[in-house]
Design a protein around this ligand. Structure first.
Ligand code: PLP
Length: 443
């Protein structure tokens, strides 16, 4: 069982944020680390437990970002710490392609069992979300003998060369990093707040764009986040995903779900596709799978996953034993403690508060999301014109008060909440109160 927390689950500030030791470290960073890496909040973390980050100045901050939807079971969970420690003491690496080990096989069995659909499946493991997406595209192309990959507006799939091409937003992800990979086509998506379309109408628009600009017979994969992450926590209108899924079935294209941010209980079910009983042909997973250790997977129909020639998939570290041990422990906690139910409980607690805030603040255009993946989109009052300045002000106030929140959205005008699914309610309450005050303080 998870023991009582050694770090008290309470926000407390000893210094201004950032404190003097963080500032020193930040100065060192400036002289050592490429300025190409951004920093959300320059406090340097010494320890973390549950949903509390302790920085080098002794400040206890509430973590409402979970390292971008990664530490869903919480920081330093006993089960994960024990499994990782045991594994690293036994062996840290052999390379699964050289001499295999059982934890890799067990993670694949687990992914095959938990991902949508009860058909026969196989999995392969990688290091990062982008790598999983790249491999899903390789598999889709090899299995279909087709080349085109269709993605949607506002999509985010990573920062490698192929995934930059798949990602929609230019700045900061793509600007002057081209040339990008060919055979990638972008079509409209469903963004109810901005397009006002119902799901079937938005799907018809996307399908018409595919058929006219790509040609159904050329499409290897339609790759989509069932709820968009970096793009702004955009939940498509009901019926959008099922209609795209049906079109894929009819046209021989593979539906590839990027569940990297939405997977592993985050949205109140194992995977976001589950909410509309959509069964993708391939699923890419990462982030929440391994409680902070780098691990990613591609899971899909056996005939697709096995269409690849032997040696066509792999990598030195993919499915590293320590990361696999972390994943098995984290997933064990999710199953035992029903963290999907916890995500739904978080939504029940947070959403009414955000909706009340929206009623009080005309700068909030939309409150949306699912489970413990919730967001507020800021606009110029009475319009849908994005207001990224409001987001900057809100985030700065939260940070100053010791609450770590992060942003997203094509227009940089969305505050997103991604707490660990195990966060204690008083902590969530405190974090929300800080956010509410920050929003109410906007002019
Ligand atoms: C939906 C989605 N796909 C892919 C990625 C890329 O994952 P990684 O940063 O592990 O490469 C992310 C990361 O934020 C993501 O949210």
């Amino acid at each position: 069982m998870t023991s009582a927390h050694a770090i008290e689950q309470r926000r407390s500030l000893m210094t201004q944020i950032p404190g003097p030791r963080s500032k020193e470290l930040h100065d060192r960073r400036t002289h050592a680390v490429s300025s190409g890496l951004t920093v959300g909040l320059p406090v340097y973390i010494e320890r973390a437990e549950g949903a509390i980050l302790v920085d080098v100045d002794g400040n206890h901050l509430i973590d409402l970002g979970a390292g971008i939807a990664v530490t869903s079971v919480g920081h330093a969970v006993d089960e994960v710490v024990a499994a990782v420690s045991d594994q690293v003491a036994r062996f840290a690496h052999t390379c699964f392609m050289v001499t295999p080990y059982d934890a890799y096989v067990e993670v694949c069995e687990t992914l095959n069992r938990l991902t949508p659909g009860d058909h026969d499946k196989r999995s392969a493991l990688f290091n990062s979300g982008a790598e999983a997406v790249e491999n899903a595209v390789k598999i889709a192309r090899r299995a279909t003998g087709r080349q085109a990959v269709v993605v949607v507006e506002h999509a985010y799939h990573g920062r490698t060369n192929l995934t930059m091409a798949l990602t929609a937003k230019n700045m900061p992800y793509k600007d002057r990093f081209g040339p990008f990979a060919p055979e990638v086509y972008r079509v409209p998506t469903s963004y109810p707040f901005r397009d006002g379309l119902d799901g079937p109408a938005a799907a018809a628009r996307a399908i018409a764009a595919i058929e006219t600009s790509v040609g159904a017979a050329n499409v290897a994969a339609l790759l989509i986040e069932p709820i968009q992450g970096e793009g702004g926590f955009v939940v498509p209108a009901d019926g959008f995903l099922p209609a795209l899924s049906a079109w894929c079935t009819d046209s021989g294209a593979l539906l590839v779900a990027d569940e990297i941010q939405t997977g592993f209980c985050r949205t109140g079910s194992w995977f976001a596709c589950d909410h509309e009983s959509v069964v993708p042909d391939l699923v890419a997973t990462a982030k929440g799978i391994a409680a902070g250790l780098p691990l990613a997977g591609v899971t899909g129909r056996t005939e697709l996953m096995d269409a690849v020639h032997e040696g066509g998939l792999g990598g030195t570290y993919g499915g590293n034993p320590v990361a696999c041990a972390a994943a098995l422990a984290a997933i064990g906690v999710m199953e035992r403690d029903d963290l999907s139910a916890k995500a739904r409980a978080i939504e029940s607690f947070v959403r009414p508060r955000l909706e009340a805030l929206q009623r009080a603040c005309p700068r909030i255009g939309d409150v949306r999301g699912r489970g413990a993946m919730l967001a507020i989109e800021f606009v110029v009052p009475g319009t849908t014109t994005p207001d990224p300045a409001a987001v900057k002000a809100v985030v700065a106030s939260c940070h100053a008060e010791g609450v770590v929140v992060i942003t997203c959205g094509t227009y940089g005008n969305v505050v997103r909440l991604l707490p660990s699914l195990t966060i204690a309610e008083p902590l969530l309450d405190d974090g929300l109160s800080v956010l509410e005050s920050a929003v109410r303080a906007l002019d």
